[in-house]
Design a protein around this ligand. Structure first.
Ligand SMILES: [Zn+2]
Length: 403
């Protein structure tokens, strides 16, 4: 930690306390390579700011039992919002990355963005009031949305599911309506940060969260922070080519993972199979809403062992595995987590296929395994992750990448 400013060092020490759960000052000195005197000074500041509390004692190693430090999870709160056409989910998260309050409202549908922002500001005010939080306790609002981000953040430049929102400055509009700090990110990045915070993952744990909703994306946490690339549009695993002669994709290329493995592709194959479509009661039209509902039907049938549905999802999982092995090889990942509504019902089927592909095909398999786990954050992955986005930028800004 040499060569860092004192604010950067404080941020790094806070992050070590977060990922350790509980830790003594002398352990922090060992972990950070700083002297115990420097650690004591930093810890005093963190105690004064009430970001950290003393909580019990470690076992004695001879002399006095060392005091344990832990994150004061009730010191600050963040609001996370998952912005979606079908539903808007809100959570209030404490500093441990766990939701203490929730609210689900109808989605933005075809309502114009300014009206939706007005409704969101009202819902956020209600949520803060219901949570009995003082304004100073809320560090801000994180917003997760699907789509391509503007280079400066804060604006969606391209969104397949929400064309009305293209070029609309979400961050600025929600800040004006609420007076709070706002940070926008895509749902894959939010899911990755949610995992990092709620599971207290250490900064040296490099991982990806593959996020499947309508499309397939992923968030990467490398070296304790979100890896953002040049413009924040990192992790477009959905547009990795997995079949040179595959179908055309809206991005302009052929055989992208999304065109072969995402819910719309699986549903189209199921609808083309008359017997299966009739057995599952699939809709005939192809509206976006129906794709997600029909995919959930197929996934539930597969989880219950329906052979036709299992075959369709296995095909999707094998395409996904092709892309994930390449990603793990490129980035030397420890773990791949699966998150988002697309994995809600048949996530274990996908996880099993990915595990086998990584065990047999990952380049570094003789050195270390690449684990596959279901995201622990559950259905609120993206809203909780959005709240983590704000916690991360507020508490450990030098790891956050953008703040
Ligand atoms: Zn594509």
């Amino acid at each position: 930690m040499k060569g860092q400013s004192s604010a950067e060092t404080r941020s790094a020490i806070l992050d070590l306390i977060r990922s350790s759960g509980s830790v003594s000052r002398s352990e922090l000195a060992v972990l950070s390579g700083l002297t115990e005197a420097t650690i004591s000074k930093i810890v005093k500041t963190l105690l004064d700011q009430e970001l950290v509390i003393e909580a019990g004692f470690a076992d004695s190693t001879g002399g006095k039992r060392p005091v344990l430090l832990t994150l004061n999870t009730k010191a600050r709160y963040a609001i996370g919002v998952s912005l979606d056409a079908r539903s808007i989910n809100y959570v209030v998260s404490d500093m441990s990355g766990h939701a203490v309050h929730h609210l689900e409202t109808e989605g933005f549908g075809h309502t114009t963005p300014p009206l939706v922002i007005k409704r969101m500001a009202g819902d956020i005010a209600k949520l803060v009031k219901r949570s009995k939080l003082a304004p100073g306790e809320v560090v801000g609002i994180g917003v997760a949305a699907a789509g391509r981000l503007d280079a400066s953040g804060g604006v969606l430049r391209r969104s397949r599911v929400a064309s009305d929102w293209e070029d609309f400055a979400i961050e600025a509009a929600l800040h004006d309506a609420t007076g709070m700090r706002v940070a926008l990110d895509n749902d894959g990045n939010c899911a990755a940060l949610g995992e990092f915070w709620s599971q207290r993952l250490p900064a040296d744990h490099d991982f990806a969260v593959v996020y499947m909703a309508t499309g397939i994306g992923c968030g990467l946490v490398i070296d304790g922070g979100l890896y953002r690339g040049a413009s924040g549009n990192v992790g477009e695993i959905g547009h990795m080519t997995v079949d040179l002669n595959g179908p055309e994709c809206f991005c302009g290329r052929r055989g992208c993972l999304e065109t072969l493995a995402a819910p719309a592709a699986v549903v189209a194959r199921a609808r083309a199979n008359e017997k299966l479509a009739a057995a599952l009661g699939l809709e005939e039209n192809t509206a976006e809403d129906d794709v997600r509902a029909d995919f959930a039907l197929i996934a539930r049938a597969a989880a219950e062992g329906d052979a036709g549905s299992v075959a369709l999802l296995t095909e999707s999982a094998e395409y996904l595995a092709t892309a994930v092995v390449s990603m793990a090889n490129l980035l030397d990942l420890d773990t791949v987590y699966l998150g988002g509504p697309g994995f809600a019902d048949a996530g274990e089927l996908y996880a099993g296929t990915l595990r086998r592909a990584l065990e047999n095909g990952a380049f570094m398999r003789a050195v270390h395994p690449v684990e596959v786990r279901m995201s622990s954050v559950g259905a609120e992955t993206s809203a909780l992750g959005a709240a983590s986005l704000m916690l991360h930028s507020h508490l450990t800004p030098f790891r956050a990448g953008r703040g």
